[in-house]
Ligand binder design. Structure first.
Ligand code: NAD
Ligand code: DAU
Length: 366
């Protein structure tokens, strides 16, 4: 990765991606570099979830600069904005795992709420100094989640952008608070913001505390596949590349101040997800004893406050901006399992993440 400084006089002004060393940020940057010309500055604190090795395969002359830092470090962010004059800030940085937020919510408040507030203030200060076309073109894009809308009853329609926020977990509440701040900075100060609220992502580079990579690693290690409660909780799964293309579409064509829901129209129960993972593993790497990986499925204590159902109505982004997901769940899951099978070093590396990260909510060693 090129670590040369990207300056304001570079021909195409950069975009600033925060949290770009995490799961979705990594996928976003790798996709962006394939199709777009604007350079990227990746500002990341490198928590347990951030991994710079994700970029080891990109060409050394790629236009990407990495800055190790916190979105809440106002001095650092102000200096960065002044030097690089990015055309947009895309805020992916967050504490993102619900179970961790239940165990220890403080970091979620610090990064997701206070960090976003500080980043918004830096963005506002920067934007207010921009003149003419540079000011008109500037955007602040907040990457958010469907969890802000709370849990759906089986009979309820999927979440629309107008739904009220009824978050359940400390994570969801912290993301909802950040979304409110983003909206307020637009209404009060006119900051040109965009927000995306996306459903559950899966794909390469996801930290193996989340359902799909955790189940893959547990299965390959011959351990239990721990399904919370009755396993009938459902999520709307979207392949990560489709989320990335949605973020690019909203950045390029979204109406200022608007919110766009992003989903895969692909609701599945957790039990069905785990069965599907086992079926792919059975085909790709059969167990030596000839049994199915399904034999490893077990039920464990439920997550406190566990939302029963999420589903996204993405008709706004589809009809207004022409976005639609390209990957089917079957092909996306196969690609994902194959990626983890071919990147066991990456998996092993993530297991040695910094302290406090080795045990998931149910006390499993991952
Ligand atoms: P992740 O946990 O994999 O990555 C988060 C990244 O942010 C890491 O690289 C971490 O080092 C960095 N980071 C954390 N605190 C920081 C700080 N204070 N300053 C700078 N960097 C910091 O998360 P993810 O799954 O890639 O999610 C990215 C964003 O997308 C989050 O805002 C999340 O809420 C949202 N989102 C995630 C999903 C999903 O299914 N994973 C779905 C919808 C929305
Ligand atoms: O909906 C979007 C959200 O999706 C994002 O905002 C979050 O950042 C992301 O982590 C994800 O949240 P979930 O809580 O839905 O994801 P997770 O992978 O942790 O769990 C998915 C479902 O699987 C959930 O119902 C809990 C269940 N689960 C999870 C784990 C880790 C299990 O049954 N067993 C497990 O071991």
């Amino acid at each position: 990765m090129t670590v040369s400084s990207i300056n304001s006089h570079d021909k195409e002004r950069p975009i600033l991606v925060t949290g770009g060393a995490g799961f979705i940020g990594t996928n976003f940057i790798l996709d962006w570099l394939k199709t777009e010309k604007a350079p990227i500055i990746n500002l990341d604190k490198l928590t347990y979830a951030g991994n710079l090795d994700n970029f080891s395969a990109i060409s050394p002359d790629s236009m990407i600069e990495f800055i190790h830092g916190d979105i809440g470090d106002t001095e650092l962010v102000r200096a960065l904005l002044e030097r690089a004059r990015p055309q947009a800030i895309l805020n992916f940085a967050a504490e993102s795992h619900v179970d961790r937020s239940i165990r220890d919510p403080a970091e979620f408040i610090d990064t997701n709420i206070v960090g976003t507030f500080k980043l918004l203030e830096c963005a506002r200060d920067h934007w207010e100094r921009l003149r003419g076309e540079e000011g008109r073109a500037f955007r602040f894009l907040q990457v958010s989640t469907d969890e802000v809308y709370g849990s759906l009853q089986p009979s309820q329609d999927p979440f629309r952008e107008e739904n009220a926020f009824v978050p359940s977990s400390p994570y969801a509440a912290s993301k909802a608070a950040a979304d409110h701040l983003v909206r307020a900075w637009h209404k009060t100060y006119g900051l040109p913001v965009l927000t995306t609220n996306c459903s559950n992502n899966y794909g390469p580079y996801q930290f193996p505390e989340k359902l799909i990579p955790l189940m893959i690693i547990q299965a390959l290690s011959g351990k239990q596949l721990p399904i919370y409660g009755d396993g009938m909780h459902s999520r709307d799964w979207l392949y990560v590349a489709d989320h990335c293309s949605a973020v690019r579409t909203v950045l390029q064509a979204g109406r200022m101040g608007e919110v766009y829901n992003v989903g895969g129209r692909n609701e599945k129960t957790n039990r069905d997800i785990v069965l599907a993972i086992c079926a792919v593993l059975d085909a790709e790497v059969p167990r030596v004893d000839g049994e199915s990986y399904c034999e490893q499925i077990g039920s464990v204590q439920d997550r406190p406050g566990h939302d029963r159902r999420y589903a996204i109505d993405s008709s706004k982004i589809e009809s207004e901006l022409g976005w639609s997901p390209q990957e089917t769940f079957e092909s996306g899951l196969r690609k994902t399992v194959r990626w983890y099978l071919s990147n066991r070093d990456w998996l092993a590396g993530s297991r040695q993440a910094p302290t406090g990260t080795e045990v998931n909510f149910n006390g499993l060693q991952i």
